[in-house]
Design a protein around this ligand. Structure first.
Ligand code: NAP
Ligand code: MG
Length: 399
């Protein structure tokens, strides 16, 4: 069988630990035999980030701007323990954070549904896609530890010299404070990305924030969304029979639980971070959650939503059998290959991505799965597979 040709390379961002091991297996077993794979390779493994002083992460993000589509393996975000473990010269920043700050845009996370692995929430029948605003708020906050009594103030000095000032708190004793920000530009891009993605995927869009308490900050998000909706997207939404609505974040949480799924839930940065793990877990497993960063210029970076699965990696290093689920990492590859195919008019490549996803879902639905799915599954007669065996089963279905 002739291999499928590619015209434009994917930006390949390799990573760490168990997902790095799986990354190679997916390429060797499920992609390279079928596709004449072209990638521009960046090694974001922690050793190489240290060796390049993290320049490799910046280079990989810039390459994504050049080519348009990237696929990323999970990477370690260093903490104190990792600094010691990897003898790091400094606690390098989260690669995802660095990439997001270069590309901008919005992260969409959606679960992969398979029959036999039912969501914990009985009413959920369709995927819930979380759109996480990928800029600002607590992730770009500055913080101070007030080590004594004193007065905390919020001061904005305009470029024209105008000063706005608010007292945050008069401390009688020690305490903590935080200053965070966002920009209209970033919120507008977020809103456009959400409305466009809703139209692309023909799903309703929900947005929740806390404007009753945060009458300026969260209210700004609410106003920007509704303005952009009214001006740019209302007609298209009505034509498609889909809906946009805003509600308080706590009401949104309650409605999400009672819903059937099948919509996009736009979340502020922190809400998206937290809620995506809850939604992923409630749909079954973190290992079944996909993630794509869509930039305002239309650049795409696909990855799995989970981390490097450290505990499994240490088992792997001891020579023990591992049952790590490769599905989300595999769907990062198929998402990137399909998008590359779409952008290049390469139907064969997009079709291959569809076929590989179908083979993966068929494998699980015919009873072969890793331990994490076996624990949730409602079918009889299943076979628990280690990672290698599971990948082989998918490969058999590809022919
Ligand atoms: P994790 O890698 O997501 O794994 C947490 C637990 O979830 C695992 O121990 C495992 O549970 C289960 N799990 C996750 N993915 C799985 C899979 N594919 N198959 C089977 N089980 C899976 O999170 P972590 O262990 O807290 O973090 C490890 C490293 O990943 C950290 O250094 C963190 O910085 C990094 N991280 C990276 C990203 C990213 O690059 N996008 C995201 C999050 C975290 P059991 O142990 O019960 O089997
Ligand atoms: Mg998180």
């Amino acid at each position: 069988m002739a291999k499928i040709q590619m015209t434009t390379p994917l930006v390949e961002m390799d990573g760490d630990e168990m997902t790095r091991v799986i990354w190679q297996k997916i390429k060797d077993e499920l992609i390279l035999p079928f596709v004449d794979l072209k990638t521009e390779y960046y090694d974001l493994g922690l050793e190489n980030r240290e060796a390049t002083k993290d320049q490799v992460t910046i280079d990989s993000a810039n390459a994504t701007k050049k080519y348009g589509v990237a696929v990323k393996c999970a990477t370690i975000t260093p903490n104190a323990a990792r600094v010691e473990e990897y003898h790091l010269s400094t606690m390098w920043k989260s690669p995802n954070g660095t990439i997001r700050s270069i590309l901008g845009g919005t992260v969409f996370r959606a679960p992969i549904l398979v029959k036999g692995v039912e969501p914990y929430v009985k009413t959920w029948k369709k995927p819930i896609t979380i759109a996480r605003h990928a800029y600002g708020d607590v992730y770009k906050a500055v913080e101070i530890i007030a080590d004594q009594p004193g007065k905390a103030e919020l001061v904005f000095t305009g470029a024209d010299g105008t000063v706005q000032k608010e007292t945050i708190h008069e401390f009688k004793g020690p305490g903590i404070l935080q200053g965070m920000h966002n920009t209209d530009d970033s919120i507008e891009n977020f809103a456009h990305a959400c409305f466009r993605y809703a139209i692309d995927t023909k799903q309703d869009l929900w947005f929740g924030a806390k404007d009753t308490i945060s009458k300026k900050y969260d209210h700004r998000f609410k106003d920007i969304f509704v303005d952009i909706y009214e001006k740019n997207y209302k007609a298209a939404f009505e034509a498609l029979g889909i809906e946009y609505f805003y509600t308080l974040i706590d009401d949104a949480v309650a409605r999400v639980i009672r819903s059937e799924g099948g919509f996009i839930w736009a979340c502020k940065n922190y809400d998206g971070d937290v809620m995506s793990d809850m939604v992923a877990t409630a749909f079954g497993s973190l290992s079944m959650m996909t993630s794509v960063l869509v930039s305002p210029e239309g650049f795409y970076e696909y990855e799995a939503a989970h981390g490097t699965v450290q505990r499994h990696y240490y088992e792997h290093l001891k020579g023990h059998e591992t049952f790590t689920n490769p599905i989300a990492t595999l769907f990062a590859w198929t998402g990137a290959l399909r998008k590359r195919g779409e952008l290049d008019g390469n139907q064969a490549l997009s079709d291959f991505a569809d076929k590989l996803e179908k083979a993966t879902i068929d494998t699980v639905e015919s009873g072969f799965m890793t331990k994490d799915l076996a624990a949730l599954n409602t079918m009889e007669n299943i076979t628990i597979c280690n990672t290698n065996m599971f990948i082989q089963k998918i490969k058999e279905k590809l022919f």
